[in-house]
Design a protein around this ligand. Structure first.
Ligand code: HEC
Ligand code: HEC
Length: 455
């Protein structure tokens, strides 16, 4: 665990960078309007700072491994030793270089296992800095919940060049190395210089093998688990995957799950939203909502790749990342194309997959610590509310292109897609009324885990 001193230091950095970015966004006004696709989102720099302080305050109350184990023992539904080990690794802020960043810092439970820092969500499009706090990634953290269900990455149709599966927004954790996409993914963040920044796997293994939970590591993986470092790094990955797949992270306990089991009724509004989701709004063509043939509850993704026409997010701090982004503001996220173009055999499919991203699950899209908490949506966090997302799917091709005098994003215009080449023509003009848009949002609200039916 980190000392108080270091956290204060992180707090100061966070605040300084928050203020710095704020000034850069809106130099003339003291109210920051998160311009990127946000309708009516206004937050003052003071509010952002107080939120940043809140966050650091929360961090201090982080549990020690011993406390986490004790808490698990008290639970009705205990995790298996392997899942618990994965949880301890996931929450361990000692596993970054320098120390201080855990997986949970970008994937927090209260936020549906996606980005939990509101200052980053408001000011930086939900894109997070790494353990080296001056470095930023290029994408928004997707949820880890239900991610282990992703099939391994593969070419699905050699004629159309359609791919399916894999982890990360561009599927580059394929499953080729450790057998599953999830296991290939799990060690990526440890070594990513923009995230946890360790020089190699051995360093991470050494940290786990000198942690206070090393006995559990040996109990799960054998008394000599620390001897072979390559195997130990794999075992760290498998432990994390067990946690991600556990009832703690992927529990299928939303109101919609209870509805599918016949345990609760949806309200009339939610029901209308569901009908639209599967009907007029065609959401379920990609975000599957029906029970599977095997009776399994839906994951709200078919794991294919698409581009709803998501605009570029000017707030993305990656544009100012000089060390890792030589293109600066001219950077365009190639999505799946960037992943497959490294394989000469797949290069012929690069063009058709330019700017496409993996369809994310919609489970927990609205899960937030409170109603005013801002989350970000899409690979670059362009949208800051579900209302905006649905309005975009509905009117992308109907409203004029922004940039004219009096234009306001999402109100009377939309920016062009970041990559127009492959923007899906089936969405963008759904013909939904305002009320129907609201119904869909009401339905999306039923997908948050932890629903407790009223007795
Ligand atoms: C600095 C923030 C940050 C940290 C720390 C971090 N992640 Fe992530 N995570 C991200 C981002 C951003 C992505 C998307 C990256 C991409 O697609 O290129 C991501 C993607 C993922 C995914 C893919 C989900 C999917 O559906 O494809 C999983 C799983 C995941 N992270 C788990 C972890 C684990 C496990 C750790 C700790 C070992 C971790 N993350 C640490 C930011 C972070
Ligand atoms: C043709 C496939 C397709 C259809 C139809 C579709 N989506 Fe999506 N959806 C995607 C893809 C692909 C992304 C990721 C795009 C990106 O990151 O730029 C996405 C992203 C999202 C997100 C962001 C989730 C997150 O975690 O960031 C939401 C919310 C969403 N879609 C809701 C909907 C709703 C509501 C509908 C119906 C009105 C819909 N989608 C229709 C493919 C689709």
């Amino acid at each position: 665990m980190l000392s108080k001193k270091i956290w204060i230091c992180v707090a100061v950095l966070l605040i300084t960078s928050a203020v710095g970015t704020a000034a850069a966004i809106e130099p003339t006004s003291n109210a920051i309007t998160a311009k990127a696709g946000s309708i009516g989102l206004k937050i003052t720099p003071e509010e952002v700072i107080s939120k940043a302080i809140d966050k650091v305050g929360n961090v201090e109350s982080k549990l020690t491994p011993e406390e986490m184990i004790a808490k698990d023992r008290k639970k009705e539904q205990k995790l298996t030793p392997k899942e618990l080990l994965g949880e301890l690794i996931f929450f361990d802020a000692n596993l970054s270089e320098p120390k201080g960043q855990a997986c949970e810092d970008c994937h927090g439970k209260d936020v549906g296992w996606t980005g939990p820092n509101e200052a980053s969500n408001v000011l930086r499009g939900g894109v997070y800095h790494g353990a080296n706090v001056s470095r930023f990634g290029n994408r928004k953290p997707p949820t880890i919940a239900y991610s282990t269900f992703a099939p391994n990455f593969r070419l699905d149709n050699a004629t159309t060049g359609a791919f399916v599966g894999g982890e990360f927004w561009d599927g580059r954790a394929t499953g080729e190395i450790r057998g599953t996409a999830a296991a290939d993914q799990a060690t990526g963040p440890f070594l990513n210089p923009l995230e946890m920044n360790n020089p190699n796997g051995d360093v991470v293994v050494d940290k786990v093998c000198t942690s206070s939970y090393v006995d559990l590591f040996k109990q799960v993986w054998g008394s000599n688990a620390c001897d072979d470092k390559k195997k130990a790094f794999d075992d760290i990955a498998f432990s994390i995957v067990a946690f991600e797949a556990s009832k703690e992270v992927s529990p299928f306990t939303s109101k919609y799950d209870a509805y599918l089991d016949g345990k609760v009724k949806l309200t009339a509004k939610e029901m209308k939203g569901l009908e639209l989701f599967k009907g007029k709004a065609i959401c379920d063509q990609c975000h599957i909502a029906d029970l599977g043939h095997d009776g399994k509850h839906p994951l709200f993704t078919n794991f294919i790749y698409g581009d709803p026409g998501t605009p570029r997010n000017p707030q993305n701090p990656f544009y100012n990342e000089t060390e890792f982004n030589p293109l600066g503001a001219a950077y365009i996220d190639p999505g799946l194309a960037g992943h497959i173009q490294n394989d000469p055999n797949l290069l012929k499919y690069q063009r058709i997959n330019y700017g496409k991203f993996k369809v994310p699950t919609l489970r927990n899209v609205d899960k937030r610590p409170n109603e005013t908490f801002v989350k970000r949506y899409m690979h670059n966090g362009f949208f800051s509310s579900l209302q905006d997302v649905v309005h975009f799917y509905n009117t992308r091709d109907v409203l004029p292109v922004c940039g004219f005098s009096g234009s306001e994003i999402g109100k009377n215009c939309w920016p062009l897609p970041e990559v127009a080449l492959n923007a899906n023509p089936k969405v963008g003009h759904l013909g939904l009324t305002d009320e129907e848009e609201e119904d869909i949002v009401a339905f999306l609200n039923t997908l948050s885990d932890g629903f407790v039916p009223h007795k």
